[in-house]
Design a protein around this ligand. Structure first.
Ligand SMILES: *Cc1c(COP(=O)(O)O)cnc(C)c1O
Length: 360
């Protein structure tokens, strides 16, 4: 036996399972498993990225000043209170690393994003899973689970994979109901899909124990580039900045992100198209007798009669080259999460499910 042993908790981590990308023997594959933008990404971001290639021999800017300024300007936030990371996952990791450790508890919810328990364990802390109510975050259940060991609460709003939304009053009630030394992480990966929503920024301004995280991976269509950010009090940002590596983001990454956040026309078009086809998809599912809550994100959660039916429908979709996400690992064995694609993708997915259901 080797004497080289990992820290406690590390070997309890189950490896993250990402959305499948290929189907053996299929060419015309439609990937609806990772909530990617079917319209790609902004042309302005593409041009900025290509231009930035000129300077690959130079180390990147370490303080992300121009990117934070652009984000601050577009979203009306103080750039000094923004921190950028390699995807919002890295910002979430800074939070777990800085504010929890062995003996501490981190609250996650029944159908919460699977990165949260991974990040908790990586920091040596213990994830505590709290029930939801009909696939919605239950503020009272979270408040009831707080102990003197609790340090962090992770919620995504809109939530993934349920797509449900917690109203601002409820988020504020949660933030104010927590002890003052417990940090609420409001993960806003799907913020831009909710018309007029600020992602929790105003809750951060009202409640000093809240951090909002955001990403360029979803509506901006830059998941492959890995850029995210967080917004919190100056005090919290100053803590997180100590563990951030100075060169965590490259210049092409930052240049693309700056152009993307400024391309509000592209973003708005994606939001509107997503809303239209998301509602169409949900109606079509419901008409076939497949359960589906109203979604506030860029996916829908289709609820079948049993885990077996969900599995069989997944197989039928795969047979047609369509990849969706099984979510049994999220305590949703009877469900499939389907990313909202473009019109053709939505029609294709509904055609296959209708045939599967014997309705066509
Ligand atoms: C996709 C997603 C993220 C974003 O991750 P990145 O690291 O920014 O790509 C964060 N939280 C949730 C709930 C997500 O679904």
């Amino acid at each position: 036996m080797s004497q080289i042993t990992p820290q406690p908790g590390i070997m309890d981590i189950s490896l993250y399972v990402s959305g499948q990308a290929t189907v053996a023997g299929k060419e015309d594959v439609l990937k609806l498993s990772s909530n990617e933008n079917p319209y790609g990404f902004s042309d302005a971001a593409r041009e900025a990225y290509i231009r930035a290639v000129q300077n690959l021999h130079r180390y990147p800017n370490t303080d992300h000043g121009p990117l934070r300024a652009a984000i601050g300007e577009i979203h009306g936030l103080d750039p000094a209170r923004i921190i950028c990371g390699v995807g919002s996952d890295e910002v979430l990791q800074f939070v777990a690393q800085c504010f929890s450790g062995p003996g501490d508890e981190i609250i996650t919810t029944e159908h919460g994003f699977s990165m949260y328990p991974i990040l908790a364990k990586a920091a040596g802390a213990t994830p505590v899973e709290v029930p939801e109510k009909d696939r919605r975050i239950d503020v009272d259940a979270i408040l009831g689970a707080v102990t003197d060991k609790t340090r962090i609460v992770f919620i995504a709003n809109p939530a993934n994979p349920t797509g449900t939304f917690l109203e601002r009053d409820e988020v504020v009630r949660l933030a104010r109901g927590l002890p003052e030394n417990v940090l609420l992480v409001h993960d806003g990966a799907y913020t831009e899909f909710v018309e007029g929503f600020d992602g929790g920024a105003s809750v951060v301004d009202d409640c000093p124990n809240v951090i909002m995280t955001r990403t360029f991976s979803k509506i901006y269509g830059l998941g492959g580039l890995r850029i995210g950010w967080g917004y919190a009090s100056q005090e919290i940002i100053d803590v997180l900045s100590r563990v951030r590596q100075p060169f965590n983001l490259s210049e092409p990454q930052m240049a693309a992100a700056i152009a993307a956040v400024r391309d509000v026309v592209f973003t708005e078009r994606c939001r509107a198209d997503n809303a239209r086809w998301r509602d169409w998809l949900r109606n079509a599912l419901v008409q076939m007798g497949v359960g589906c809550d109203e979604s506030f994100a860029n996916f829908v959660l289709a609820r079948f009669d049993s885990p077996e039916e969900a599995e069989a429908c997944d197989a039928a979709l795969k047979e047609d080259g369509i990849i969706v996400r099984r979510v049994a690992g999220y305590n949703l064995p009877d469900c499939l999460r389907i990313t909202v694609g473009d019109e053709a993708a939505c029609r294709r997915v509904i055609h296959v499910i209708a045939t599967f259901k014997g309705m066509r």
